[in-house]
Design a protein around this ligand. Sequence first.
Ligand code: HEM
Length: 502
Amino acid sequence: MYFSFETIPAFAWVFIATFVIYLIKKPRISKNEPPMVPYKIPIIGHTLDYLFNTQNFLAECGRQYGDPFNIYVYGQVNTIAGNEIAHEVYRTDTFSKASATQDSFPLHRVLKSLERPETTEKIIKTIRQGISAKLPLYTERIQKQFMISINKKIGDCSNPKLIITANDNFSNMIARPVADVLVGQEISKNEDVVKAFADFTKDFTSILAIPPILSFIHPKVHTQVITLPLRFGWNPIGKHMITLKENLKPVLEKRLKDKEILGDKYEPPLDIIEYLLNDPEYGTKVITDDYLNKICEFLFIIVVVSILTTSRHITCALYDFAGRPELWDDIYEEQVRIDKECNGELSSQHINKMVKLDSFLRESLRTFDSSTPIIPHRCMESYTFKNGMTIPKGRIVKTNLMDIHYNTTAYGPEPRSFLPYYGLENKFPASRTDKNYFIFGAGKHACPGRFFAVNEIKIGMHKLILNYHIKTPSGKIEKKIHSGPLASPPVAGLIFENRKKH
Ligand code: HEM
């Protein structure tokens, strides 16, 4: 290779810049901090191990350095909290999930109302009062919506049919009941609205595909750069906003008019838009464009937190079921018994009776295999853990979910093996958070949508298992896809074949 004399200054500059970055970014760990895991390459630190060998790397660090420990990733020191420490993080107000999430998931850039903490509080209240507390009233509608999706997406499988799950992970199947609950029975019939709900998160997350290389300088630089197109007018989700606004407007106007004409005789439909119309802060007398924007933003925030998560987990649970023929008869028999009992019309009591399916789902959620959940926490003030270790203000703390979900004290000597009836035997339903089960977080910020999510997945699986034999193409358990610390469902596809009518 030939280097000209003129290239020497360029090399010198690169060297000087690297050296300056090295000096600025050199982690400074104070005396009482969790131990810093040693690393060999300056600046890069543990980034490669964290990205390409996450599970083994974190497990080995835990074995050698205890809980918690510090690693150096993308130019930042992160504290990794495992089974002993994570509970403290989730239960202490010094740690903010909202502040940490804005860097890694800048949804507030497109849904501006998220910049106000009151919006999140209102959303949580709405989910608790408007969805969780009313779940029994929604059951019939949710199952109808599932059957529409199942018939459209899977349909007649007299001959075995391979359904590839890679692109959407059944998000359409989940989007339909979510649309029914959020915007009501009339609007959710519109396929464009269902598609907008199903695609919204996927389209938004397309901007997150850029690897956080610039975080080596500072995480805010990365966030600023990836959101540049958004600030200059490119909005990947604008079309979904328009679809929802167009469909909401006439329905909201009609409801206001009916209310005025019918007075006390008005029968309020059960859905979140009606809940919002009756809310002192979100109610209105006229449907203006500003009002529609406000309501659509609110609804799409719920869409983001609910559809991708639930569809990812129903898909994983189906793969877990399809790859374990030894469980098929037992779980199928439970569904047949309940189906006969309710004559095909599930109520919430019948869903509560799906105890084997619930236990199976809990196990699928427990063994999901994400090493750190996408929900990091930022330490808002210097904090001393109960074990005496201190971390500084601003430090990001990530939960080592595997350390919690695969702890031998709770799950025995083989905690990675699939224990389908662990929840049933120990009376731990899939929606209950517990110190050994963090898939829905913990403490006062634990997922408020978990009852809805578990209900949806159980209804969906119940109907699918009743109607089809479900297998993997290989006949074996399919491997999940890992990208860094995150896991996603396998992509091999699932084979559906009609069952003979029972
Ligand atoms: C299987 C599906 C789901 C999973 C695995 C999941 C998981 C989580 C996790 C891990 C958190 C953070 C909890 C914490 O910080 O302690 C969370 C928060 C949240 N989830 Fe879910 N979620 C699911 C479905 C849903 C659904 C269906 C909804 C809405 C209907 C929802 C709404 C929310 C909201 C609003 C928060 C923020 C709570 C807060 O900050 O206080 N989630 N979820």
